[in-house]
Design a protein around this ligand. Sequence first.
Ligand SMILES: Cc1cc2nc3c(=O)[nH]c(=O)nc-3n(C[C@H](O)[C@H](O)[C@H](O)COP(=O)(O)OP(=O)(O)OC[C@H]3O[C@@H](n4cnc5c(N)ncnc54)[C@H](O)[C@@H]3O)c2cc1C
Length: 419
Amino acid sequence: MASASRPPHGYARRLPSRTASTTDPSPPGGHSKMMQRLIFEPEHEQFRDMVRRFFQKEIGPHTARWREQGHVDRWAYQKAGELGLLLMWAGEAYGGAGIDDFRYEQIVSEENIRHGDIGFYINLHSGLVAPYIAGLGTEEQKQRWLPGCAKGDKILAIALTEPGAGSDLAGMRTTAVDNGDHWVLNGSKTYISNGQLADIVIVAAKTSTTESHRIGLFVIEAGAAGFERGTRLKKMGLHAQDTSELFFKDVKVPKNQVLGEPEKGFHYLTNFLSGERLIVAVSSMAQSQTAFDLTLEFARDRRAFGRAIGKFQNTRFVLADLRARIDAMQTFVDQCVMLHNQKELTSEVAASAKYLASELENDVMDACVQIHGGAGYMEEYRISRMFTDARVSRIFAGSSEIMKEIIGRSLGLDERKLN
Ligand SMILES: Cc1cc2nc3c(=O)[nH]c(=O)nc-3n(C[C@H](O)[C@H](O)[C@H](O)COP(=O)(O)OP(=O)(O)OC[C@H]3O[C@@H](n4cnc5c(N)ncnc54)[C@H](O)[C@@H]3O)c2cc1C
């Protein structure tokens, strides 16, 4: 892919090397002068070294091909599973390591983004979907599904969004009708991450025709009669991530494939979405830091008017502004990780982290593309891909507007309280 759009001879000599600045920017604490982070212990740093080597050696070399083919290879999950990187929090009886410390998930996400590919949705699988099974599942359900997920043999997805209902999930039209010993599911979902690869999909469906907030969470396995996948959706970014429509036509779901109570889905989603938003915030920070590092390197190497562009005051000011904002936000997100570990991360603080980190990520990408000049618009420069990858952070897992709604609701300003 890189050679197809190589800059013309001569121009290339004046551009900083792509290899150094596109794939492997300096690690945290390297020459980017990232502020010291206080949440990690020596064992986390050792873990980070191991995880970094995994992403550099096993994942990084395949990412360009994955972006071309539109999805990661299944073996990526299995290799991550062999190393124990999936469902680390789950008990050993379910194939995990019993490590209930979100910092490990955070490290996996950070190293994946820096050295692997954001499209490898290891955190969606491990940190976002699997907890629904662990938190809501019966013993039989946990035994049945979690070990395969921890090994990477079974890939997970969650399907909430529909063509007519995203932010407003109460408007969903997928239904589940009680039919004695099973439920019958009908409807369709869209924009589903891992939609092509998933072996197990948690599907939200209405279980009442009269009460819009009554939904259930149903586990649908690949191969179930009536469950079909649409084609992979073409997207602006995240090209290694398979995003799809899913269709359900009279799918029979045995009663033992419902998670929790079949009418309490909204309540469950509210609880679990905080974790999802923290994962997005962590990812936005890793994207921001990585973009900053490769742009700093570019500003050192790229020359204009007889000097490195980093010598222009404007470049320094822009990078200084980003440095200060990334450090401040990283501190906040790290604090949220510790609150999450203590089970004290509220939905409004998680919403604040997701909102602010994803908005910052987009500001960072825009400024970093600008510093790269024309090179920043060229696909072979990683910053151009990061720019398009970043755009969705302000939309999925609850848009920025919905995050502000959640934060706003916690302020005691609603009409009933203000007269
Ligand atoms: C790449 C990608 C991957 C995704 N992966 C998944 C997945 O795995 N599973 C899944 O279920 N979904 C997934 N989604 C869907 C995603 O969560 C939704 O797109 C998102 O929640 C927004 O819903 P929507 O697209 O229907 O937009 P809408 O809800 O139609 O919103 C349109 C606009 O209106 C604004 N708006 C809506 N309501 C309000 C309000 N009350 N106040 C102010 N503004 C408002 C929104 O902020 C937005 O700007 C994914 C989406 C993308 C793009």
